[in-house]
Design a binder for this molecule. Structure first.
Ligand code: TYD
Length: 205
């Protein structure tokens, strides 16, 4: 069972992933970009606020990181029957690089399929909230975090609005695989919603 957690920066998805993991016997927790030593090095390049990067170079680095992560971590875990909880996956590329940076979606879909051998999540949870709320949360978190990791969070609100709308339009295109969760609330409130969704899907009991 492969479950991915998506949403704009500051949507609280990573906290919810941790809470879900506490209720599962031995889940595999992982995240993108990153998840392997090589992919973590690519992550450092991608999130370095000092580097100016061409949008296509950027998406190819995400794809390289994803490829390594898929073959080294995700597929082996799924093959032994583990529940894999992944913080961002292919849909982040569609939302951020496609809807956000306006790269062509069909190309991005091909790239995602190539990088993952067309691996799809069983369920993708999209944590949705107004972009201004997400950005405020992400900024206050980043004030305490390493300066290098905030390149994405210095993007403007219009960018995040497109990313948010991108996620919502992906959700509309496939109501089976995507579930939108209202992420505007306390951690406990959002977790109650998340739990209800995963109980409905038979992931949690
Ligand atoms: P990260 O620190 O992991 O943020 P978060 O905890 O909010 O997930 O940074 C990941 C950033 O990279 C985030 O702003 C989204 C962006 N991203 C893309 O633009 N495309 C992608 O394919 C992925 C996986 C992430």
């Amino acid at each position: 069972m492969f479950i991915t957690f998506e949403g704009i920066d500051g949507s609280g998805k990573s906290t919810q992933l941790q809470r879900v993991a506490e209720l599962l016997p031995s889940p595999v927790l992982t995240k993108e970009p990153g998840g392997t030593p090589l992919a973590d090095r690519i992550r450092a390049i991608l999130l370095d606020s000092g580097s100016t990067i061409d949008p296509l170079a950027e998406v190819l680095l995400f794809a390289a990181s994803r490829r390594q992560h898929t073959v080294e971590v995700i597929k082996p875990a799924l093959a032994r029957g583990a529940v894999v909880l992944c913080d961002r996956f292919t849909d982040a590329t569609l939302a951020y690089q496609g809807f956000g940076r306006l790269l062509p979606l069909d190309r991005l879909r091909q790239l995602n399929d190539w990088a993952t051998d067309s691996l799809r999540s069983d369920v993708t949870l999209i944590f949705d909230l107004p972009e201004a709320t997400g950005l405020t949360r992400a900024r206050s978190r980043n004030a305490e975090a390493v300066a290098d990791e905030n390149r994405f969070e210095t993007e403007d609100l219009r960018f995040y609005r497109r990313v948010r709308e991108g996620y919502l339009s992906l959700a509309e295109s496939d109501r089976e695989r995507y579930v939108v969760i209202d992420a505007d609330g306390t951690i406990d409130e959002v977790f109650a919603r998340t739990r209800a969704v995963l109980e409905g899907r038979g992931v949690l009991r």
